[in-house]
Design a binder for this molecule. Structure first.
Ligand SMILES: *Cc1c(COP(=O)(O)O)cnc(C)c1O
Length: 319
């Protein structure tokens, strides 16, 4: 377990910079967290100050103006918003159905496993057969359930804010690269651009990683149980859950009914985000009303007692 080193500078050794000399380029606490994330995903990991920062650094660091990204339809809303913002810099993106092959003529394929909040799983093999490099945002699957690099993907991206850190108190992102030379290129870009993670949050990530497996396995077991019970509930129209992880979404009749449910739960907190120890629920139409059903509720299952969670949901659904 690495100790927390907040230094921004370290003394030169015999008049020369050593491995650590200025923390924008490297920090021992951040490096230890990267080593552990890299081990989980089977590649070279780099940390960033958030998942969005990781995505931004990946495309700015490795792509060029006029390049086009094939983006999984229905993936994390913020990724599409970021890529739209970057259109000003000449980066393009087209959406495609990630359950099939990506379109021709793109320079990067961006998948999400499972997509948030539609919970589709990508066809990684079809994407890997495409000549462009493939990134899999595996935030919701976690390395416990999915190993995209083993399946031939080039990059795994995590919002480590979610399951990896796991306690709703650390904002962090990670990119895990299959190719060490590409990782080096991205690391150089990260250093000069200054999109670097702080040691305190890296330390919180190290703390979270100790319980990653036990948390995710428990969250998956509870989520499977809740998804089954929701599917059998007369007020629920659709349940989206791929069978792995703690994230799901389901639809009630309309926006009003969804609002009643999210404000009626007591144990389950009405808040955004996912992957923490506390179960949270929210209607997503408030953020992405242009593409989700108004009655869609996103549920991130935490570590509470499954029967207590179900009792809370059942009571909220009855209001
Ligand atoms: C939250 C999230 C992100 C963005 O990560 P931040 O840490 O919030 O910047 C990216 N992808 C997915 C799937 C997410 O859930």
């Amino acid at each position: 377990m690495g100790s927390l080193d907040r230094s921004t500078i370290w003394p030169y050794e015999d008049g020369e910079p050593g491995r650590f000399y200025y923390s924008r380029y490297a920090n021992p606490t951040v490096e230890e967290a990267e080593r552990q994330v890299g081990e989980l995903d089977g590649g070279t990991a780099l940390l960033f100050p958030s998942g969005a920062g990781a995505a931004c650094a990946l495309v700015l660091g490795l792509l060029n103006p006029d390049d086009t990204i094939a983006l999984a339809e229905g993936c994390y809303y913020g990724t599409g918003v970021l890529l739209t913002e970057l259109e000003r810099w000449g980066l393009r993106h087209v959406e495609f159905d990630q359950t099939g092959p990506p379109p021709d003529g793109v320079q990067l394929v961006w998948l999400e496993a499972p997509s948030n909040p539609f919970l589709t799983m990508p066809d990684i093999a079809a994407a890997v057969a495409h000549p462009a490099p493939v990134v899999v945002d595996a935030t919701a699957a976690t390395p416990i359930h999915l190993q995209p690099l083993e399946q031939g993907a080039d990059f795994v991206l995590h919002s480590a804010t979610k399951y990896l850190a796991g306690h709703d108190d650390a904002l962090l992102g990670a990119v895990v690269c299959a190719d060490p030379e590409t990782a080096e290129r991205l690391q150089r870009f990260r250093g000069v651009a200054g999109i670097v993670a702080a040691p305190d949050v890296a330390w919180l990530l190290l703390r979270g990683l100790k319980t990653l497996r036990i948390r995710v396995e428990r969250q998956t077991a509870t989520a499977r149980e809740l998804a089954d019970r929701l599917r059998a509930h007369p007020k629920i129209e659709t349940v989206r859950y791929p069978g792995i992880g703690g994230l799901m979404s389901f639809d009630v009749a309309d926006g009003e009914a969804a609002r009643r449910v999210e404000t009626a739960t007591e144990l389950i907190v009405n808040a955004t985000s996912l992957g923490g120890t506390t179960t949270v629920i929210e209607t997503r139409a408030r953020w992405e009303g242009d593409r989700v059903p108004s009655g869609l509720l996103r549920l991130s299952v935490g570590l509470e007692d499954p029967d207590a969670l179900w009792a809370d949901l059942e009571r909220a659904l009855a209001t």
